[in-house]
Ligand binder design. Structure first.
Ligand SMILES: NC(=O)c1ccc[n+]([C@@H]2O[C@H](COP(=O)([O-])OP(=O)(O)OC[C@H]3O[C@@H](n4cnc5c(N)ncnc54)[C@H](OP(=O)(O)O)[C@@H]3O)[C@@H](O)[C@H]2O)c1
Length: 241
């Protein structure tokens, strides 16, 4: 029997939050797996630099500056990606974290956090749904967090962030239910402390147990195989140490 072809090869994959940290490492790993990766974040210079690095390594990448909390930006992102080919892989890593004690979590912090982390993920997943359905299937990975998982250790100052991540896990399960008849698989990944700028802002004392490259490798290993873990699952990811 011939070996099944790696799933990502020749596909178009959109990665949000691709400018830094986990999103950037995931975009690089997806490009190495042979997909054309569409890079989204707000800071164009980060995306241009990464696209160049991927091209220099022989891969395919397109930078599309976009704010995932804006529906017009998300529409434009998917429209541009679709010109390259149907976007049948999506990794939603874009997120913000504003640390504030609960009493000082003003409505602006609450709204902005949910708007980027949860609404942004919803907008991207919804935009991906039709092209994936038309293509006969697709694979979605949403970055949640251990801090969005019931009964794990929580840290002060992160009420809005934690709630947004609980939401991402619920959203992913809902998408999995409606995606099943169309071959659309959605999973969420909930890492603990990963060595990125976000972690350093959130909790400078916390020792990172994971690197962005390790999380990226897990994402690619799950998306690139002939089958994917149970759709709707949330995969907690503890330190390897
Ligand atoms: N680091 C950890 O310990 C950890 C643990 C668990 C889960 N996570 C999750 O993993 C994901 C990646 O985190 P990270 O640590 O790699 O974060 P990071 O280093 O802060 O990178 C976040 C990325 O998201 C982009 N972004 C932020 N707001 C955006 C918006 N409105 N529209 C589009 N892009 C936006 C940022 O670029 P611009 O600012 O240029 O837009 C940046 O490229 C997040 O969902 C995070 O919640 C991280």
């Amino acid at each position: 029997m011939p070996e099944p072809q790696p799933w990502l090869r020749g596909r178009v994959a959109i990665v949000t939050g691709a400018g830094k940290g986990i999103g950037r490492a995931t975009a690089e790993a997806i490009a190495r797996a042979g997909a054309h990766v569409v890079l989204a974040a707000r800071t164009a210079s980060h995306l241009d630099e990464l696209a160049q690095k991927i091209h220099d390594a022989g891969g395919g990448a397109t930078a599309v500056p976009a704010d995932v909390s804006r529906s017009d930006d998300v529409e434009r992102l998917f429209e541009l990606a679709s010109r390259i080919g149907p976007p049948t892989a999506l990794v939603c890593a874009a997120a913000v974290l504003y640390k504030a004690p609960f009493e000082e979590t003003v409505l602006e912090i609450w709204d902005q956090t949910l708007r980027v982390n949860l609404t942004g993920t919803y907008l991207c997943c919804r935009a991906a749904f039709a092209p994936m359905r038309r293509a006969g299937g697709g694979r979605i990975v949403n970055l949640a967090s251990l801090s969005g998982v019931y009964a794990t250790e929580k840290f002060p100052g992160l009420a809005a962030y934690n709630v947004s991540k609980f939401g991402v896990i619920g959203l992913t399960e809902a998408i999995a239910v409606e995606g099943r008849p169309h071959g659309i698989v959605a999973i969420s990944i909930s890492p603990g402390a990963v060595d990125t700028e976000m972690l350093r802002r959130a909790n400078p004392q916390l020792r990172a147990g994971l690197t962005p490259a390790q999380v990226a490798a897990l994402i690619v290993s799950m998306v690139n195989g002939p089958i994917v873990p149970a759709s709707g699952a949330n995969i907690p990811l503890f330190s390897n140490a």
